[in-house]
Structure formats: structure tokens, C-alpha cells
Design a protein around this ligand. Structure first.
Ligand code: PMP
Length: 363
């Protein structure tokens, strides 16, 4: 046998990974994490549970207590909840269960890149349409795409990453009417928005048995390091995901971390209030600068420098030890940058650095 490299699956050859540069900076505003650590008492609670944990045993395969606690949080039974290692793994399980060769999913660009990426990893065809220039969904485009492709899953992202707006309730309800299959509403930033599609799930809206809402502990819960996400859906959807995920995928530490976090809803809501206020301050400041910016219902703001290129501004910010996300090569986002809302001090650093960067030499 010669040492020929084994060829990659042909449909994956053109696929590049999804990576945000990880560089050492003083002000990290590129991946939409919470700028604040979790409550200190939560760390103490977790420490106490760790000291009692049976590390020689596999975890509870069904994450029974965690799912019950999440169900209770949303006023639903545990059979409506499925948990995994971050909402990305939740999305992957949905695609393993419902996607695959010969099936398609629909999405509307610009939107969260991982919906397309995970679909490709699971050999699921992606059909897409464009949003309007102001980034709202165009329901005529949605209707056309869904009519033509009959996708097994239609992805919405609300608030939409990286553009920022939440989809209004009537838009989600209309997409649910138009879609032939599941409608997955990715609410990674749901707590920052004025409403949630969870209201449609628990309210039993028409088609709600096909509605899936995906949430994460990575943002508002200040637990990105834990990798924990979940979905709320009809019991058959939750069961389908549980059937495709690897056995014992959710370790005991993480199950406890998530369950204990739910004792701190009030602390989480205080953080959301602080970040929402800071988002308003950033939006107002951007309004005074030489950039175009878009309104946000999330913990980040998308903007486009007018006079200087996005990459020059990004580099100038980095030179001042402020890291934001360069979205300028993403579909439909020419010359755009995205800044995560940080602590008040971090946001001051960002705004001062941006003012200086925008004064630099033009394109
Ligand atoms: N959905 C959206 C819209 C996101 O922006 C992110 C994080 N970038 C995720 C899902 C994934 O989050 P996690 O896997 O950390 O739960």
C-alpha cells in the first residue's frame, strides 16, 4: 500500500470551516458572548455539586432533571425539550434527524452561517433567498423559495445574526403557514428581543407542532464555556433528536451547570437589561459617526464604515486591542463589521478606537 492520502468526501472538499480569529486582545467583542461572568453564587452551587458527583458513572442519558427544569421555565413538559452541546449541536441533530441526501432546507441570507454549514456537513441541500436591503424577510421571496424547494426545514434566526433584528410575530406565523416542514427559529439571542417564538409553541398557534425554537446558554446565561443549548418543540421532534445524538452526549457537569443556572433567572435578566441599555448607547454613538448601522434586537450591532474599508477599520481597531467581527466577505454584507455589546468600559474603548480608526486614510 502506498501512502496516498485518503480522499475527503467529495461534497466537503469546497467547504471551509467557520472560525472567528482567536487573538489576544484587551477588548474582545467578536463572538457575541456575555461580557460578564456568571453569578459567583452559581459557581459555589456548582462546586458543591461537583464534590458529590459520581465521576465513575456515565451521565443521565436523558438529562431528565435539566430538561424538566427547562420545560418548567417555559411552562411545558420535559418531553418538549432536547438539550445538546451548544445550540450548534442541537441544529446538527435536527439536520441528522430530518435532513440528509435528497432533502433540502431553506434559509434567507444574510443569516447565521452555521445553518448552511451544518446542512452541508449532513449532505443536505440548501436553498436560499435574499432578504430585503434593510435585512427584513421578504415574504414573497420566502413563499417562492418554499413553493419551489418544499424544504424539510425552514430556518429563521430571530434576532438574526449578524443583521440584528427579530422577526415580528406575524412574519413567523406566516412562514409557519407557508412552510411544508419544520420551521426552526434560532433564538440564540432571544432574551434580548421584545418577543419570542416560544409564545407560539406554548400558545398552540396553528402549525405550532412544526415549530422548533432553539436557545443557548452561551449568551445571556454567561456560559459559553459550558457548551449547552436546547430546543423546545413537539414531543416527536425532541424524541427524533434524542434518537440521533450520540449516547451520553451531555456530561454530568454540564447538566448540573445548566440546571443550577436556572436558579438565577433574575441575575440573567439584570444582565440583559444592562446590555440592552449599552446597545442603545452604542447605536446612538454610531448614529453620530461616519458609518451606516442597523437597528438591533440582540447583543451586537452591524455597521458599515462609509469612507474607509471594513478591513482597514477592523485592523485599526485590532491595533488598538479591540477585536470585532469582520463580516465583509459574508453573503450580502459587503464592507460590514459587527460589534458585540460589552461592558460599559469596553464599549467606551470600542467607540474611542472606532472614532480614531474612522479618521484614518480613506479607500
Ligand atoms: N445560533 C446563532 C444565531 C448564533 O449566533 C450562535 C453563536 N454564534 C449559535 C447558534 C451557536 O451557539 P452555541 O453553539 O454556543 O449555543
Amino acid at each position: 500500500m502506498t501512502g496516498e492520502p485518503v480522499p475527503l468526501r467529495p461534497d466537503l472538499v469546497a467547504l471551509s470551516g467557520y472560525h472567528s480569529p482567536q487573538v489576544e486582545v484587551e477588548v474582545r467583542l467578536n463572538t457575541n458572548e456575555s461580557p460578564l461572568p456568571p453569578p459567583p453564587q452559581w459557581v459555589e452551587d456548582l462546586r458543591a455539586e461537583l464534590s458529590r458527583m459520581a465521576f465513575n458513572r456515565y451521565p443521565d442519558r436523558d438529562a431528565t432533571e435539566l430538561r424538566a427544569a427547562l420545560g418548567a421555565l417555559h411552562g411545558l413538559g420535559p418531553d418538549r425539550v432536547f438539550c445538546a452541546n451548544g445550540s450548534n449541536e442541537v441544529l446538527q441533530c435536527l439536520l441528522l434527524a430530518y435532513g440528509g441526501a435528497g432533502r433540502s432546507v431553506a434559509l434567507f441570507e444574510p443569516t447565521y452561517a452555521l445553518h448552511r454549514h451544518i446542512a452541508a456537513l449532513t449532505a443536505t441541500e440548501v436553498v436560499s433567498g435574499w432578504r430585503l436591503p434593510d435585512h427584513r424577510l421578504d415574504l414573497d421571496v420566502v413563499a417562492g423559495v418554499l413553493e419551489r424547494a418544499r424544504p424539510v426545514i425552514t430556518f429563521l434566526c430571530s434576532p438574526n445574526n449578524p443583521t440584528g433584528r427579530a422577526e415580528p410575530p406575524d412574519v413567523v406565523a406566516r412562514v409557519l403557514e407557508l412552510a411544508p416542514g419544520l420551521v426552526v427559529v434560532d433564538e440564540a439571542y432571544g432574551q434580548f428581543a421584545p418577543w419570542s417564538a416560544l409564545d407560539l409553541v406554548s400558545g398552540g398557534a396553528p402549525g405550532s407542532e412544526r415549530l422548533v425554537v432553539v436557545r443557548t446558554f452561551s449568551k445571556t446565561w454567561s456560559m459559553a464555556a459550558c457548551r449547552l443549548g436546547y430546543l423546545v418543540a413537539a414531543p416527536d421532534v425532541a424524541a427524533a433528536c434524542a434518537a440521533v445524538v450520540l449516547p451520553y452526549h451531555l456530561d454530568t457537569v454540564k447538566q448540573a451547570a445548566g440546571r443550577l443556572a436556572l436558579h438565577y433567572v433574575e441575575a440573567m435578566e439584570e444582565r440583559v437589561a444592562l446590555i440592552t441599555e449599552e446597545r442603545g448607547r452604542i447605536a446612538a454613538a454610531l448614529g453620530e459617526l461616519d458609518v451606516e448601522s442597523w437597528p438591533s434586537d440582540a447583543n451586537f450591532v452591524l455597521f458599515r464604515p462609509h469612507r474607509r474599508s471594513a478591513s482597514d477599520v477592523w485592523q485599526d481597531l485590532l491595533d488598538r486591542s479591540v477585536l470585532v467581527r469582520d463580516c465583509s466577505t459574508w453573503p450580502g454584507l459587503d464592507e460590514c463589521l459587527r460589534v458585540t455589546v460589552g461592558t460599559p468600559a469596553e464599549n467606551d474603548r470600542f467607540l474611542a478606537a472606532l472614532r480614531a480608526a474612522l479618521d484614518g486614510p480613506g479607500r
